[in-house]
Design a binder for this molecule. Structure first.
Ligand SMILES: NC(=O)c1ccc[n+]([C@@H]2O[C@H](COP(=O)([O-])OP(=O)(O)OC[C@H]3O[C@@H](n4cnc5c(N)ncnc54)[C@H](OP(=O)(O)O)[C@@H]3O)[C@@H](O)[C@H]2O)c1
Length: 506
């Protein structure tokens, strides 16, 4: 049973999005599983449920200390929906599950099929564990009209797959969600911030009903607390229906940016999405999946949800203002760039490589600075100036990566104050972090091989040794040529990097 009394005051605190929900925490709900907890929506839902006193288990595919640190009151289980056996443990003792699994980063070839097998596995195991309910957040769009994008179609097919079982499903269907860290919002923001002229094809006039992230979270929590929403499907949207073109104009207006929109006859979405991935921090796999949906009108067909949850929703403009405020506070819980499918080949860990990495060199210096100050200085790498004098070389490599449809360096960092395992730093991701000893970064840029960068602080007599070691693993000729071409640049880059890190530490 949920521990409601202890936390009564907590959920009423206005820092929680659900403090003004018309419903009350329901002590009969039982244990809740949040899948996709590392994702954009899941990461925002968990703290709200915990604040309302619910017993929450979060399901992640890769365990990391950050998860425990972020939600010490939640129970953590490691499971992959594509591996049915792992779900039995995850769903043991669970009463209600939020299904927020999404695999866009798998790329267009794999995502639709893997979404369906994940949903099927989940449905079967949920049924065997006698769950009371599954709550699923999917996408708006009318499958009967035809021409629905593969991404929107897949969202509907997942809903249908979940509904095939005996466990009742509550479905919420949303269009673009506006909030800091949301991929769709970052695409629009990136375009508005970087461009003065924007070619506007006809599909930019398509109508859409965006919704603020806080309203989505309210609905997700609210349906849990209204029993009559079991077995129902609801369209959820904000108060405004706008075209994509209007969305850009409004955002430019709020940012005081002068933008000239030029009607353009050429309408190939693949090309526009590729260009958007070069200009914005969102990788091509995601821009393509999302932008293919721009031809489809995504507005609410009905407002049945208001009968059960009469909440005061936000309009597009207010949602943007809130997104910008949160961003300025550097208070982003989760964002698309934090999620990367561990099943993806890029997430292979250095320690998981069978044979030793093919190429490696070590650059080091001896220092009298303390391990703590050196580590603090290492932790500040990345971002705008974080690569020191040779910043331009890293940025150039980032631009090349974007041209190759990689992630580039514009993902920046989640926070300049702290780093965690799995955080993104430009085209790197933190694979291991041992305070004052080691920071291991895994490359997510396009490479003819796999690469890591390891910073280490070791003691040698009365002095310390600060080192950086690039590891590179390849079995192809192209990979080896790549390594030897870049070796002279490594010499300059890495020697300078550790020197500057040492100088910056106190
Ligand atoms: N964000 C939006 O603008 C938006 C708009 C409308 C609807 N929605 C819907 O909201 C739902 C959640 O979306 P989101 O934006 O939060 O997605 P997201 O940020 O991409 O997160 C997806 C989550 O799914 C997890 N996941 C992927 N494959 C998995 C698997 N095989 N087993 C277990 N977990 C797996 C990921 O875990 P890892 O960290 O391990 O990769 C991640 O936590 C989706 O159904 C989406 O269609 C989102």
């Amino acid at each position: 049973m949920a521990d409601m009394n202890k936390t009564t005051a907590l959920w009423q605190n206005p820092i929680y999005r659900c403090h003004d929900l018309p419903t009350l925490p329901d002590p009969e709900v039982g244990k809740i599983l949040v899948t996709g907890a590392t994702g954009y929506i899941g990461g925002r839902l968990v703290p709200e449920l915990l604040a309302r006193g619910y017993q929450v288990r979060v399901m992640v595919r890769a365990e990391s200390p950050e998860i425990y640190e972020q939600w010490p009151d939640a129970d953590v289980v490691v499971a992959d929906a594509l591996n049915r056996d792992s779900l039995y443990l995850a769903l043991e003792g669970i009463s209600v599950a939020y299904y927020l699994i999404h695999s866009l980063l798998m790329g267009p070839k794999d995502f639709a099929a893997s979404e369906i097998s994940a949903a099927k596995n989940f449905r079967i195991v949920a049924e065997s564990k006698n769950l009371k309910r599954i709550v699923y957040l999917g996408g708006l769009g009318d499958i009967h009209r035809g021409g629905l994008s593969p991404h929107l179609q897949s969202r509907i097919m997942v809903a249908r797959e979940l509904q095939k079982g005996l466990v009742p499903v509550t479905i919420l269907r949303a269009a673009i969600i506006i909030g800091s860290g949301s991929a769709s919002y970052e695409i629009i923001l990136g375009l508005v911030k970087k461009l003065h002229f924007l070619p506007v094809p006809r599909w930019a006039e398509t109508q859409c009903q965006p919704i603020a992230i806080r309203d989505v979270i309210k609905y997700l929590v609210g349906v849990l607390e209204v029993n009559d929403t079991v077995n129902c499907s609801f369209d959820i949207g904000g108060t405004d229906v706008v075209s994509y073109k209007q969305m850009i104009i409004i955002l430019a207006d709020l940012l005081n940016r002068r933008m000239i929109l030029i009607p353009f006859f050429y309408s190939n979405i693949k090309l526009y999405s590729y260009l958007a991935s070069l200009i914005t921090p969102v990788p091509a796999a995601i821009t393509l999946a999302l932008m293919e949906g721009l031809r489809n009108e995504v507005c609410c067909g009905h407002d049945a949800i208001s009968r059960f949850l009469p909440i005061k929703r936000l309009g597009y403009r207010e949602a943007i203002v809130l997104a910008m405020t949160r961003e300025e506070q550097d208070n982003i819980y989760t964002r698309w760039s934090n999620a990367y499918p561990p099943a993806h080949e890029l997430s292979l860990k250095l320690s998981e490589i069978k044979d030793a990495p093919t190429c490696t060199t070590r650059y080091s210096l001896s220092t009298e600075k303390s391990a703590a100050s050196l580590f603090q200085s290492i932790s500040m790498i990345g971002g705008k100036d974080g690569w020191f004098a040779n910043n331009w070389m890293w940025r150039l490599r980032g631009v090349i990566d974007r041209l190759l449809m990689g992630v580039g360096t514009s993902r920046g960092r989640r926070s300049y104050l702290r780093i965690y395992v799995n955080d993104v730093i430009g085209f790197w991701r933190i694979e291991d972090l041992q305070l004052n000893m080691r920071l291991l970064l895994r490359a997510e840029m396009k490479l003819p091989g796999k690469a890591w960068l390891e910073f280490k602080i070791e003691e040698e007599g009365s002095k310390g040794i600060l080192s950086v070691t690039p590891y590179y693993h390849t079995h192809t000729l192209a990979g080896k040529i790549y390594w030897f071409i870049f070796l002279p640049f490594h010499e300059i880059l890495f020697n300078d990097l550790i020197k500057q890190i040492e100088v910056r530490s106190h």
